[in-house]
Write a protein that binds this ligand. Sequence first.
Ligand code: APR
Length: 235
Amino acid sequence: MQKPLSEYNSIVVLTGAGVSAESGLKTFRDNNGLWEGHDVSEVATPEAFEINPALVHSFYNARRNQLLEEAKPNLAHKSLSRFEAEFNGGFTLITQNVDNLHEQAGSQNVIHMHGELLQVRCINTGIVFQWTEDLTTQTHCPCCKIAGSLRPNIVWFGEIPMHMHEIEEALSHCDLFVSIGTSGNVYPAAGFVQLANAMGATTLELNLEPSLTQSAFAFAHYGPATEIVPSYFSI
Ligand code: APR
């Protein structure tokens, strides 16, 4: 039996694509292994960017435009932001998502471990810029002025996730870890539950269906994020 949320001191939430699914953003692994019609190796690896930067740019331009023009935060994003504002203890929101729907819903201090769609990075200087325009191989970088030196500020397969020190710090001090809408395919995020368990935290999975790491969680609720997240995160 779980304690009421108000009795925890420090809560860490990890979200994945499932939290944004009902905002119209496709998840990665629910469509025969294709993400918006592409194998991830064609569009989400450093090798893909080297071989065919135009394809990678056009793929992320489409994702960026969809986020800017169509996607709105749903009840799951909103209930997490409301909970953060009302909860008296520590609250850390880590997302694997590159959309900004948590921020649009009002969440503060979102840790984007896989980068952000509305940012680009110069491959020469590492400087990050907020970006809402399309990117092409001809786009001039604002810092080095070289055409084609900007890339999406996104962690592709084979690259190291961002903010890992901060994340491990939060996990090592939490007494409740909640994983929402993630399939448990991609590490290190899929291993956070083991770390939280090792630190003695209570662990809970909220997902449409059992994830690959479901057996590591002490508790689980299954259903659409817009139903199970608001019902759990109400105090
Ligand atoms: N409500 C709750 N969960 C949902 C919903 C929904 N409406 N729709 C789908 N899901 C669940 C699916 O059942 C699945 O378990 O969300 C999960 C999404 O899994 P993935 O598509 O694998 O996404 P995610 O786990 O976030 O992927 C991790 O992989 O491709 C990389 O870097 C990318 O951040 C991504 C990482």
